[in-house]
Each structure stands twice: as structure tokens, then as C-alpha cells.
Write a protein that binds this ligand. Sequence first.
Ligand SMILES: [Mn+2]
Length: 126
Amino acid sequence: MYCKNPPKKLLLELKKLRKKNCIVTFHSLADLDALCAALTLQIELGKNCIVAAQDRVNSQCKRVIEPSLLKNVQKFSEVIEKNKSSKIILLDCNEKTLVPKMKKDRAQILIDHHAKTKDSIKGQIE
Ligand SMILES: [Mn+2]
């Protein structure tokens, strides 16, 4: 859903995550809107916020994004094993098949601009 101003509840929750362990992920074969949103959120939340891809980023991301920033993107399946209690922020996606490494019920925060269906992933906070 598109909203001009983010819901207060969402902003409060994001504030609470500052400097806490959390994992930011996005849809498979990440594009620039997914990856840039994640990298920007990481700047806001701090280095305890891990940016983790389901698989890989697309060729446009590889062309445009600084290699040092790309190196900072980890593998979701590895990260989740080591950080089982971390909160998960899902960006730019609400479709289960596009986040194959994520258990469907584990997005604490969902930030997305795509249309929802009855099968969409729900975030505890959106
Ligand atoms: Mn996208």
C-alpha cells in the first residue's frame, strides 16, 4: 500500500530497532528499489542491522551500487541461522514465493508498495 506519511506505529517500531540486531531483506533477484531501500534503512538503524538477500541482486544493482556496499549484502539463509531471534524487516515485497528463504510468519515489519492479495505476507507492523 502506498501512503504519503508512514504510520506512526511503524516509525516508532523502527526507532526501537536503532542499534538493535535486525535483518533487512527483500524480494528475490533484488532490484534497485529493494536494495537501495535496504541500504538506506541500514544507515538509519546502524551496523547491527544486517542487509540480507534471498539470493542475488540483479545486474542493474551490480552496475549502479558501489562494490563496497554490495559486499555488505549477506545471504539471508546464513544470517538467519546465526541470528534466530533478530527481528526481520521485509522491504519491497509481500509475495511469499519471492522470499523463499523466509518463513512466512516471520516478518515483524513490512514496508512495501505493491498491491496486496489475500495470500500476501503480513507484517506485525506495516
Ligand atoms: Mn523491487
